[in-house]
Write a protein that binds this ligand. Structure first.
Ligand SMILES: [Zn+2]
Length: 244
């Protein structure tokens, strides 16, 4: 039995708790969080830590980590993930202001096949400048209506299960009219919501929309400066000062 086989055997026999402990011991980011390994911390609270990536895609590339060790997104409790979303928004805003960046890419590699290199879940926040030669363009493959209907059915079935929603009638060619004219307002609302989720999963929209939404965000921030100062953003404004 070679070393690798021995390790696999050892891992098989571990209880979930032992496995978690083992993963933590092996995880460089857990060591960064505990302070055993140095890093350039830019934000920290009781749940999360944000550091500069040591091998950045662009200068100012931020890694946002939950302090607890989670390997992939589905393992993370909702409150922590919600908190991470709020921080992502604020850190992205800090990048835009501090670096006068033209935009940011928010990136999650969920699983090895998706390009995940570390065992610790993280959100990448990458400042973008005009002509920075970073390529984040998603390929745009063509699909047909039948495939999209099938994908929608598979996904909405699972989404309904996850949210405990009542299953909808399967979308057949005849059923289409029913979904266009739902009988009650509630049904109409539900249909729209699920369509939105499904559409988002199916087709991330190209540049134009993200530019618009960035502009919208900027406008919202300009219109309500008091609101942003009250929350944790105040700390992030301090972080932004560190960069200038
Ligand atoms: Zn870890």
């Amino acid at each position: 039995m070679d070393e690798q086989e021995e390790m696999q055997e050892k891992l098989k026999n571990m209880s979930p708790e032992e496995l978690r402990k083992f993963q933590k011991e092996q995880c460089i980011f857990c060591h960064i969080i505990s302070g055993k390994v140095q890093s350039k911390k830019i934000y920290e609270d009781e749940k999360c830590l944000a550091i500069l990536d040591i091998n950045p895609a662009n200068p100012g590339h931020i890694l946002l980590l939950p302090k607890e060790h989670y390997a992939i997104m589905p393992q993370i409790p909702d409150d922590i993930l919600g908190h991470m979303s709020m921080l992502t928004k604020a850190l992205s805003s800090a990048c835009l202001k501090a670096f006068k960046a033209s935009g940011t890419n928010i990136f999650i590699a969920n699983g090895i096949v998706a390009g995940q290199k570390a065992q610790h879940f993280m959100i990448h926040i990458i400042p973008r400048m005009e002509k920075d030669n970073l390529n984040f363009t998603l390929s745009e493959n063509s699909t047909n209506e039948t495939d999209r209907i099938q994908l929608k059915q598979i996904l909405t079935k699972k989404i309904n299960e996850i949210f405990g929603l009542k299953p909808e009638k399967e979308e057949e060619p005849q059923a289409k009219q029913e979904t266009i004219q739902p009988s009650t307002k509630e049904e109409q609302k539900k249909e729209t919501n699920l369509d939105k989720i499904s559409e988002k999963i199916q087709s991330p929209k190209p540049k134009k929309k993200s530019k618009k939404s960035l502009e919208k965000k900027k406008e919202i921030k300009k219109k309500s400066p008091k609101k942003t100062k009250k929350t944790k953003r105040a700390n992030l404004d301090d972080i932004a000062k560190l960069f200038t």
